[in-house]
Design a protein around this ligand. Structure first.
Ligand code: AGP
Length: 611
């Protein structure tokens, strides 16, 4: 949603803050700002636009000091503008704050503060925090106490960084519902919204939990709970290498991450499977055999691309584990009073592990007695820590806003988890499981074969990049892949693209078909192949253009479709993971040809940590 970074140490704060914000820019990038303290005086610089614009402003007016905070914004309250950018100040400009989250009761607080004479300069909810701290500092004379009283007065979510002239040696950090980490090095301490901004400087981090507040000085870190009791926190070690958060020669993070998928899947499955013994093991699943045998229903909950992964899981669970399975949008699930109990396994899927709706859905499921396990890509993320068990995808940092390697590693985990459940429930034999495991082990090599032919996709993109609309059709497990292909295209090229179950086309979308509407069809051979061919005929009969994703050796399809991209033959159970690769590349190359910003598409953010 937004990115926060803070520094306190022996060196100049500004370079660290700017570098940290650049690593966090994928979280939100409509405005940015920094504030530092030098010789007891507070300085602030902020502007609408990307961090590059802020750097230009700072070029002309640099700010010094060895303590500071910075912010890169995805607007929630108040349009992107210089005034609405963070950091925000109090009336005396002696306190500055950066905030990621939403203050639900900000209007009422703003009214009260205005009545008490506070002057507001922005339309944001965050500015209320600066004025509340000002108010409580006047009452108590303690910055820490003023911040704690402020946090007790607000409803909503926050990851917060605060500095002040009143106590210029302190950096205060606090969190509730939005992620915030403390990075520790010999002579300096950092705060950041996620690991990608810290990994360059340190691998030693402390995860702040909800309601915790940290008072950080040059030589000390004191973390307290909401009652002010000092806590003893463990230091965690991050295994990501700094290189993985760089582009490594690729034009865009998205293209790099598309190409990382074979190794990301290899890393995700290694150490968890034994093809010989048909064993599957997840270290932190935290589900006993007895608990698995007690499960009589599976409910997936997620958002966006992760929700599409869940849809594939629904098919796999029903087919292989013979259990009823359903998929719920997290935002709907959390408010719908779902009927679940201790026999329900809820699987919450989230790349970031910080998506507000998915977190709330998981908490709701836990409160109703369900076993909740999460599939996350960020170690120590809130969802991972708040679930009964977690299975980490090993995709490494995914910087591109459009999710790619997280999706295919989520599918790999879901596939293995399904096999584990099937083995425990006895719905698949050891021999069957060995075959399925073998199919998954073979998959990364097949993805590499597809990636080696990306120029074929680029040629197709060249023909269709000027389209204004597109339709993606699939059947069975091809349907969620059609949805994912449509989402990829719409979020980075801004073409209006829709995914549909192919059979549904006749019930409305067929009215859209004309010569300007490219229709991408997942036409891998399977028991519905004949039906898919029928759908292609229906599109062609109306002048539509068909781009088919088909299995190699299918010579028939090329008589029907305008374009065909052939996939290496792959077993039907893993075919969705293979079929999404050309769709990712198609969206990428179309967006490049349209001159779109690939890694930071307009209006989007990598992690939606607000409702
Ligand atoms: C995917 O390309 C999008 N960026 C978005 O739909 C994303 O999948 C969604 O916001 C969920 O994010 P999460 O997996 O981190 O929870």
């Amino acid at each position: 949603m937004c990115g926060i970074f803070g520094y306190i140490g022996k060196r100049e704060a500004l370079p660290f803050i700017l570098e940290g914000l650049k690593k966090l820019e994928y979280r939100g990038y409509d405005s940015a700002g920094v504030s530092t303290i030098q010789h007891g005086k507070i300085f602030l610089n902020k502007s609408c636009g990307k961090i590059a614009r802020l750097e230009e402003v700072l070029e002309a007016r640099p700010i010094g000091g060895s303590i500071g905070i910075g912010h890169t914004r995805w607007a929630t309250h108040g349009k992107p503008s210089d005034e609405n950018s963070h950091p925000h100040s109090d009336c005396s400009d002696q306190i500055t704050v950066v905030h990621n989250g939403i203050i639900e009761n900000y209007l009422e607080l703003r009214r009260q503060l205005a009545e008490e004479g506070h002057k507001f300069t922005s339309a944001t909810d965050t500015e209320v925090i600066a004025h509340l701290i000002e108010k409580y500092f006047k009452e108590t004379g303690s910055l820490e106490t003023a911040v704690r009283k402020t946090l007790n007065a607000i409803d909503g979510s926050y990851a917060l960084g605060v500095i002040s002239e009143h106590e210029p040696d302190k950096l205060i950090a606090a969190r509730k519902g939005s992620p915030l980490l403390i990075g520790i090095e010999e002579d300096e301490t950092f705060i950041a919204s996620d690991i990608s901004a810290l990994i360059k400087y340190t691998s030693r981090v402390i995860y702040l939990n909800d309601y915790e507040l940290a008072v950080i000085t040059e030589n000390d870190i004191v973390i307290k709970d909401r009652d002010g009791k000092t806590l003893k926190k463990n230091i965690s070690f991050i295994s990501w290498d700094p290189e993985s958060a760089e582009k490594c020669g690729y034009t865009h993070f998205m293209l790099k991450e598309i190409h990382e998928q074979p190794n990301a899947i290899r890393k995700t499955i290694e150490g968890r499977i034994s093809a010989e013994s048909a064993n599957i093991h997840f270290d932190e699943l935290n589900l006993t055999e007895k608990e698995i045998k007690n499960i009589n229903r599976v409910v997936f909950t997620a958002c966006g691309t992760s929700w599409h992964a869940a849809l594939v899981g629904e098919y796999l669970i029903e087919q292989m584990v013979k259990l009823p399975a359903e998929v719920e949008y997290a935002a709907e699930f959390r408010y719908r009073h779902p009927v679940i109990d201790d026999k329900t396994l809820v699987i919450a899927i989230s790349q970031s592990g910080e998506t507000a709706d998915t977190l709330a859905a998981a908490w709701e499921a836990k409160s109703l007695g369900a076993k909740v396990i999460s599939i996350c890509n960020v170690v120590g993320s809130t969802l991972a820590r708040d679930s009964h068990g977690v299975i980490y995808t090993q995709a490494g940092p995914e910087i591109g806003v459009a999710s790619t390697k997280a999706f295919t590693t989520q599918l790999s985990v879901i596939y293995l988890l399904t096999l584990l459940l099937a083995r425990t429930k006895g719905t698949l034999t050891g021999a069957e499981i060995k075959n399925y495991i073998h199919d998954l082990i073979e998959l990364p090599g097949k993805i590499e074969q597809v990636l080696a032919r990306e120029h074929e996709i680029e040629k197709i993109a060249q023909k269709y990049y000027l389209s204004n609309n597109a339709l993606f059709l699939g059947r069975g497990k091809g349907f969620p892949i059609a949805l994912e292909g449509a989402l990829k295209l719409k979020e980075i090229s801004y073409i209006h693209a829709e995914g549909y179950p192919a059979a549904e086309m006749k019930h409305g979308p067929i009215a859209l078909i004309d010569q300007n509407m490219p229709v991408v069809v997942l036409a891998m051979t399977g028991k519905r192949y004949e039906k898919i061919l029928g759908n292609i005929e229906e599109v062609k009969a109306r002048g539509g253009q068909v781009i088919a994703i088909a299995n190699e050796g299918d010579n028939y399809i090329q008589e029907k479709a305008d374009e065909v991209f052939y996939l290496p033959k792959s077993p039907i159970a893993v075919s969705p993971i293979l079929a999404v690769i050309p769709l990712q590349l198609l969206a990428y190359y179309i967006a490049v040809k349209r001159g779109c910003h690939i890694d930071q598409p307009r209006n989007l953010a990598k992690s939606v940590t607000v409702e």
